[in-house]
Design a protein around this ligand. Structure first.
Ligand SMILES: [Zn+2]
Length: 292
């Protein structure tokens, strides 16, 4: 179970206006909501925290860590790794790890790339992740998608033998179907799939004794309407319309997310990624070893 901690308002404002505003208070209130849900369900999760948030809200990171959740890295600036050269990827991995360790006082061993941006063309990023001292990565979606995913990648956790050392890959959750892997890990997929399909998928995976990586974002649990400051929206009528349509899409399925997630947490054994890696290393079961 994982949460990507980033400030929706900050990143969406940058996307539309090109300028990066301050980290907003929303990320704190929304994250506190998630912490309360996890407490209610008595589970601990992995929080992939963005460097931008950790720098602006160190107390929030400490609050998450103090409740027993794992602090892992979501990079520094939330630019897809596919848009960065190798030196900048290396800096993202190094700087975010050091910052989060410093702020949380814990060892940071997990990484998730923004927008699942480890794909066939930049698999070298896995080498950099292992070289930077991480034990696991959770960035690969084994699906065919326009912007991300490696369709042929293992659906199950795998221990990769890389030139720079070993690295566990904990891929985002999918269900195999005759038409390819169906993504169910989180985001729009998780919010929009009919409950019956989702619960059937989870039962199928439980029957196969598979681990499934789920992910959520703080904003998804917010029940208030998502909107942006006036100056963060595009000025042209076309751009404005596109932005409004996009904002409306972001709202879909949020009203039932809490219910749906709580049911899933109660129906399965939900653990932190680092604990899964420890288990896999100690039992050697339920994973495949492969060369990357
Ligand atoms: Zn993200």
């Amino acid at each position: 179970m994982s949460i990507d901690i980033e400030d929706w308002h900050q990143l969406v404002a940058r996307r539309f206006s090109g300028r990066l505003p301050e980290c907003s208070v929303n990320v704190e209130t929304q994250t506190d909501q998630i912490l309360e849900i996890l407490d209610t369900c008595a589970i601990r999760a992995t929080f992939f925290v963005l460097g931008l948030v950790a720098r602006a809200k160190p107390e929030l990171v400490r609050r998450i860590s103090a409740r027993g959740h794992e602090i892992a890295s979501h990079g520094m600036i939330h630019v897809p790794l596919t848009q960065l050269d190798r030196a900048r990827v290396r800096a993202e991995l190094r700087d975010s790890k050091a910052l989060l360790a410093d702020v949380s006082g814990t060892n940071v061993v997990g990484f998730r790339a923004p927008e699942f941006s480890i794909v066939a063309s930049n698999r070298w990023a896995l080498d950099e992740i292992a070289a930077a001292g991480y034990r696991y990565d959770s960035s690969i979606y084994p699906i065919a998608h326009r912007r991300y995913g490696i369709r042929s990648f293992s659906r199950r956790p795998s221990r990769l033998q890389l030139a720079s050392g070993p690295l566990w890959e904990l891929p985002l959750g999918t269900v195999p179907t005759p038409f390819g892997n169906l993504p169910i890990a989180g985001g729009g997929y998780y919010r929009m799939l009919p409950t019956v399909v989702l619960e059937c998928a989870m039962r199928l995976l439980a029957g196969r004794r598979e681990h499934t990586m789920l992910y959520f974002h703080p904003y998804e649990f917010s029940t208030s309407r998502l909107s942006l400051e006036h100056d963060a929206l595009p000025t042209s009528p076309d751009g404005r319309l596109m932005a409004e349509v996009w904002l409306a899409l972001q709202a879909i399925g949020r009203h039932h997310l809490r219910n749906r997630a709580e049911r899933a947490f109660r129906a399965s054994r939900t653990i932190r990624s680092v604990d899964l890696v420890d288990e896999l290393e100690s039992t050697g079961l339920n994973h495949v070893s492969r060369a990357a």
